[in-house]
Design a protein. Structure first.
Length: 338
């Protein structure tokens, strides 16, 4: 057992505890145990979080892909600001183990750079951390000192992406899931084509639903069929459209909530999402769910007219609902049920 944590070389559990956190020590206990897997659990964004076995050899294969892409070596400094209870945090530790990089460990929070005042070569964050960091001049300055940043766990809003493009940081949105032991594709923030590009030897195809199939020859499971509808550009690149299980069938016309959300995002100063509601005439129609206090009838009418100018008639919300506080997964992803 050897790992560099917070500028210290650690070779025992006691040294790991002194240099980092009990959560990091617990994961490393599991990692160095004789078993060929560690336990993880799904994010819970499409249901109750489920325990899942993560093969160590798959995690090592995934870590090598990321280390190669970002040139992470024993000279690199990485930041762990995510919980090791989840796949994103676990994988940061595995990347450090395999590369020999120095892993700076901070307690996960909405402002992860508060205690970090040095350049970072590689970090991973969730959107909520990035959004909060952009609000503070100091945090924003420290964010600018990260060479490469990956952002995942939940979608980034278009407005946040615009702000991130102004920073001198190599930033990527990730595509992946617990079952693929972290990301299998990356999309550069600011890329006008909005393409996700496969890592390493990974390739893609689609099924009859236009849902993405991931081909990963270096994993123990060679093929993953997803519920993500995509526009497949070629075997290495795709545009993400939305979730197949979110599709709204309104009078035989299929509309994607995620596409509607993208069209109207610029109109909102608070969180919202689009979902379906029962409709006697059309079977289903579009519903808009907004976080916080309800607008007055007059305000809502004016607001809906602004939305009408952005969407087609099938995408226009027939119902507006208000929820005081959205439920979230641990990564900050909104749980889309009402």
């Amino acid at each position: 057992m050897e790992i560099r944590l917070n500028h210290r070389i650690c070779r025992s559990r006691e040294e790991i505890l002194n240099a980092s956190t009990p959560e990091v020590a617990a994961f490393l206990d599991e990692w160095f145990a004789p078993s060929d897997f560690v336990w993880g659990h799904t994010s819970g964004s499409t249901g109750t979080p489920k325990p899942v076995r993560l093969l160590k050899r798959d995690m090592e294969a995934s870590a090598r892909l990321t280390n190669d892409f970002f040139d992470i070596t024993c000279r690199s400094v990485m930041l762990l600001c995510l919980s090791p209870d989840y796949i994103a945090g676990k994988m940061m530790i595995v990347r450090a183990l395999l590369s020999g990089a120095d892993l700076l460990v901070v307690t996960p929070s909405s402002l992860p750079l508060t205690a970090i005042d040095e350049p970072i070569d590689f970090a991973a964050m969730v959107p909520a951390q990035v959004v909060e960091s952009l609000k503070s001049t100091m945090q924003k300055s420290r964010l600018s000192r990260i060479t490469s940043l990956i952002i995942g766990g939940a979608p980034l809003s278009p407005g946040t992406e615009v702000e991130l493009e102004k920073l001198p940081v190599d930033m990527y949105a990730t595509y992946g899931m617990t079952e693929t032991v972290s990301h299998v594709a990356l999309r550069r923030i600011g890329d006008s084509l909005s393409l996700y590009c496969a890592l390493g030897g990974i390739s893609f195809s689609i099924d009859e639903r236009n849902c993405l199939i991931i081909h990963a020859p270096h994993f123990s499971v060679k093929e993953f069929v997803t519920n993500d509808v995509v526009e497949l550009v070629d075997s290495r690149n795709f545009r993400w459209i939305g979730r197949y299980d979110h599709v709204i069938n309104t009078g035989g016309i299929k509309v994607f909530p995620e596409l509607i959300e993208k069209k109207i995002a610029g109109l909102f100063t608070r969180r919202f999402f689009v979902t379906s509601c029962d409709d006697l005439k059309w079977g289903e129609s579009v519903a808009l769910v907004i976080e916080g206090e309800a607008l007055s009838l007059e305000q809502e009418k004016i607001f809906l007219e602004k939305i009408r100018a952005k969407v087609n008639k099938y995408e226009f919300p027939r119902k507006v609902l208000y929820v005081q506080k959205f439920k979230e997964t641990s990564s900050g992803k909104v749980i889309r049920n009402i």
